[in-house]
Design a protein around this ligand. Structure first.
Ligand code: 0X9
Ligand code: ZN
Length: 305
């Protein structure tokens, strides 16, 4: 529907989360995993197909970075697709019959709100930093993976400020705690960003090659090829450090080290023409590309379980 072909304010998104839970109580639960530094709630939508047995799960977060509006739009797109096409589309049915899906639609609500009211190009959260007039830490530099080494900044005024210490930020902490406490069931971690059209996997915090590099490389190569075939659009792929840049303290590397051996960051459209200001008319294709990649990866993980 047209609802998902627009960007939504934070208030709209909260409202949508609540409505979704009420209208689809058979498939949807909402879990409060923590709150932001300005005390906004962090809600995770739990999607389940067949009920009952303890299932494995996958995780998707969107909107770590405030200005990347296509990311929350994707999380909404994914949830709507899953609810609408469960028991109609074979792939999403297979996925939901084998895995619960946890979706954090906006990991950085304070920053997201700020991009709607004050500064469209804001990236970090909105925490106050002591001994500085500059606000915010980069939540994707705040995880405990070679924290604050080359590729992050220890200056609170920089867009890649790593925070005071690993997991210093409440948003990081909430996600890290949830993943730690569910690490035995969560088999796949996906983090959605923009822009530049890339399918990335660990490591970004070093040039080391992960033990299952070949498997993940083949997976993203296949996903990229299918996106090219179906949507005539090019996605680069590979380990973060080599494919984009060295960037420590990221959620994907941390989740990988926690034991989630399928861990990915997607950079959605575009490649710079509009950048973070991707027009709403691009939402459907951008989301469908990422949805295709998500399905391919999830089905592979299920096959391997
Ligand atoms: O730099 C980032 O955090 C991501 N790119 S963005 O333009 N959306 O800011 C890339 C993240 C890749 N993964 C890690 N750095 N761990
Ligand atoms: Zn980002």
């Amino acid at each position: 529907g047209v609802f998902f072909e627009r960007y939504h304010s934070l208030e709209d998104i909260y409202y949508w989360v609540n409505r979704t839970k009420q209208e689809h109580s058979d498939m949807v639960k909402v879990i409060l995993i923590g709150s932001s530094s300005e005390k906004r709630p962090l809600y995770v939508i739990k999607l389940s197909g067949k009920r009952g047995e303890v299932k494995r799960a996958m995780w998707i977060d969107c909107g770590i970075h405030a200005r990347e509006w296509i990311a929350p739009a994707f999380c909404m797109w994914f949830v709507n697709y899953a609810i609408t096409f469960y028991n109609q589309n074979t792939e999403i049915t297979e996925i939901l019959n084998n895995m619960d899906v946890y979706v954090l639609t906006v990991m950085n609500p304070d920053g997201y709100k700020y991009t709607w009211t004050t500064d469209r190009m804001w990236r970090k959260n909105r925490a106050t930093n002591k001994d500085s007039n500059c606000a915010g830490a980069d939540l994707n530099r705040n995880f405990d993976a070679n924290w604050c080494t080359k590729g992050a900044s220890d200056n609170p005024c920089d867009p890649t400020y790593c925070g005071q210490y690993p997991e210093s930020e409440p948003e990081t902490q909430a996600v890290a705690r949830f993943l730690r406490s569910h690490k035995d069931i969560i088999k796949l971690y996906l983090s959605i960003h923009s822009y530049s059209q890339m399918l990335l996997f660990p490591y970004s915090c070093s040039y080391d090659e992960i033990p299952n590099h070949n498997e993940l490389f083949e997976l993203v190569r296949e996903a990229s090829a299918k996106i090219r075939r179906y949507y005539r659009n090019n996605y680069k792929y590979g380990p973060g450090a080599k494919t984009i840049y060295l960037a420590p303290g990221g959620s994907d590397d941390w989740a990988y080290n926690l034991g989630i051996k399928y861990s990915f960051t997607f950079e959605l459209q575009d490649r710079g023409r509009y950048g973070f200001l991707l027009p709403p008319s691009f939402i459907p294709q951008a989301c469908n590309e990422a949805l295709l990649a998500s399905k391919i990866i999830a089905l592979h993980v299920i096959k391997k379980l």
